[in-house]
Design a protein around this ligand. Structure first.
Ligand code: CA
Length: 217
């Protein structure tokens, strides 16, 4: 999953980015202007939105996203005393909110809950064909056998699971791999898809020539 974090407080932004980066690819932007540019360029899976930003209000950014018909999940991050902002935020189309100061594990739980709702997945542990997946625990089973995935393999699996039955473009998978720190090689998607196939079963992911990949478990 690729997350856009919009936060101008350096210490908080750093802590959140470092925490989420263990599980997800995170881009951290510090202003409305930066964030708008990133949202034009990248198809994020989720946005964490601070409300008071140096060049404007987070709520205005949220409203313009929704006005443009973009249903990307948004979690508002707000100070405890800004009750009115919170209500306004939910009315403006936010999916959830967290209050500052917050526990980083609580934030992760909120993110996964919002993502499950966005992907219409019923519970933390769910079946996908022959696989069983526990998203908060980041565990996968095939039958009784537990399958261990690395962070990058997990990032790809999440891409497939949130788009079950659909073709996932290669660019989308590249985005999921990108931002794990190092530069990614041009054949990174092929490499990681092949690793996933080894772990999930050789028919688990089909190549759709010229278009991308489709999960077929
Ligand atoms: Ca702020």
């Amino acid at each position: 999953m690729r997350i856009l974090l919009i936060e101008d407080e350096a210490l908080l932004g750093e802590a959140v980015a470092a925490h989420l980066n263990k599980l997800h690819a995170v881009d951290w932007m510090r202003s409305i202007e930066e964030a708008s540019g990133a949202l034009q360029a990248v198809a994020y899976d989720l946005v964490l939105l601070d409300l008071n930003l140096p060049d404007g209000r987070g709520l205005d950014l949220l409203r313009s996203l929704r006005k443009a018909g973009r249903s990307i999940p948004v979690i508002i991050v707000t100070a405890r005393d800004q009750v009115r902002d919170r209500i306004e935020g939910l009315n403006a189309g936010a999916d959830d909110y967290v209050l500052k100061p917050f526990d980083l594990d609580e934030l992760t739980a909120r993110i996964h809950s919002v993502q499950r709702r966005a992907a219409a997945l019923p519970s933390p542990r769910f079946k996908v064909g022959i696989l069983e997946i526990d998203q908060p625990a980041r565990m996968v089973w095939r039958g009784d056998e537990e399958i261990h995935l690395t962070a990058r393999e997990w990032a790809l699996l999440e891409c497939f699971v949130s788009r079950l039955g659909a073709i996932v473009p290669k660019a989308k998978l590249e985005e999921a791999l990108y931002e794990f720190g190092a530069e990614i090689e041009s054949n990174a998607v092929e490499v990681y898809v092949s690793r996933l196939r080894k772990k999930l079963g050789s028919n688990a992911i089909r190549t759709v020539r010229g278009l991308g990949y489709r999960m077929t478990v």
